[in-house]
Design a protein around this ligand. Structure first.
Ligand code: UDP
Length: 253
């Protein structure tokens, strides 16, 4: 992989030039960041787990007819993806109150929302990804109203399907973040596809019974056993065989 041309390095992934035009290789790093990269750590094995978990979910979505950038996993840390023009928005879907929505509206963490809520944030680290509405998105030309409708429809389909996938593994999909990109076919027709990753880095995942956190909040809140929790998610989804031997609760003491 080191011989490939590096195109972009983000907080958790590196993008390299792909083997064919219109493809990229995404490399999953072990780096973890939170609070706009003010908190940083290397979590050994995280990249391998996120590569596998994201592969599993994206491959299912492709089969379901939700278009994604995922083509195939290449090795432990890399996947081949379609090159897309990334829309500078983070699309968050929420089923249960947690994180920023709790603070913004004075909600109680863990309360089910009356219905799934889709929010847009402008992807800009210097501005700390502000929440934006359709007015801002269209006025600043980040996306058209048609793009917004497409992203909402796709995000809700992803939510229904991935919530079911996790529920079958006794995990509640509390909320998650998606990113979308544009691709153009031979006739220059534009299509919006799901890009980036779906992993415990970008989702809130709680054990269905105990509400134990199995996602990046373990890192954000110093709960410990972060990669063990990610491995447990992978094990419950049937992606890896090894049983998680740690009791996540013990990490709190
Ligand atoms: N999220 C993410 N990247 C971001 C911001 C949020 O993956 O830059 C995910 C986060 O893990 C959670 C969901 O989006 O699953 C909603 O996050 P929230 O707005 O509550 O932000 P937070 O309070 O986590 O900063």
């Amino acid at each position: 992989m080191s011989r490939r041309k590096k195109l972009y390095e983000g907080k958790a992934k590196i993008l390299y030039e792909g083997p064919e035009p219109g493809t990229l290789v995404a490399y999953f790093k072990d780096d973890a960041t939170a609070f706009n990269a003010q908190k940083k750590a290397v979590l050994e094995g995280k990249g391998v787990l996120n590569n596998r978990i994201s592969e599993y979910i994206m491959a299912h979505l492709n089969r379901m007819g939700v278009p994604t950038h995922f083509i195939k996993r290449l090795n432990m840390r890399e996947q081949l993806v379609r090159e897309a023009e990334i829309i500078p928005l983070e699309v968050v879907v929420r089923n249960v109150a947690a994180g920023s929505i709790v603070k913004r509206f004075g909600l109680t963490e863990g309360d089910a929302l009356p219905r799934s809520i889709v929010e847009f944030y402008y992807k800009n680290d210097a501005l700390q990804d502000p929440l934006v509405g359709e007015e801002h998105i269209t006025a600043f030309n980040w996306a058209t109203t048609q793009d917004i409708d497409d992203m909402i429809a796709l995000a809700l389909r992803v939510n229904d399907f991935v919530s079911g996938l996790f529920a079958a593994a006794n995990i509640r999909l509390v909320d998650f973040k998606l990113e979308f990109g544009r691709i153009y076919d031979q006739n220059e027709m534009m299509r919006i596809i799901l890009a980036d990753e779906i992993s415990p880095d970008s989702c809130r995942l709680w054990d269905m019974e105990s509400n134990e956190k199995m996602d990046k909040d373990r890192f954000r809140s110093d709960l410990g056993h972060v990669t063990e929790a990610y491995a447990e998610v992978a094990r419950r989804l049937g992606i890896i065989k090894e049983a998680a031997v740690v009791n996540l609760d013990e990490a709190k003491s």
